[in-house]
Write a protein that binds this ligand. Sequence first.
Ligand SMILES: [Zn+2]
Ligand SMILES: [Zn+2]
Length: 116
Amino acid sequence: MAPGDRVDSCPLCRAERITTWYHEDDVCWIADCEICATPMVVWRWHGTDVPADHRDHMARRLAEVADRVFDGHYVDDHMRNIPDHWHAHARPVGGFFGHGFRRDGTPAGELGGGGS
Ligand SMILES: [Zn+2]
Ligand SMILES: [Zn+2]
């Protein structure tokens, strides 16, 4: 797949703005993950073959955003739900989901029940 290609069935390619967006540029965008309530950086291209300079770029941008959201974070680049489109979560130190850790205090009640 050539860089720049999109996959209509891929939610990261669709990039729907259903949560807070923090950042956007030619390489990536950063928005809250609707499931985790943590900032998530998403590569502009569908795929996982990310050049090293793009990885460096995204790590820096994500750290900047995460510093504003959490009092400490780590980067989790394990792609559980969408393994074929590169993305990484910033998660709070001592936690996995953002609830209860965020400086802006996003209420957990905003999440849907899921499970269906
Ligand atoms: Zn998530
Ligand atoms: Zn994609």
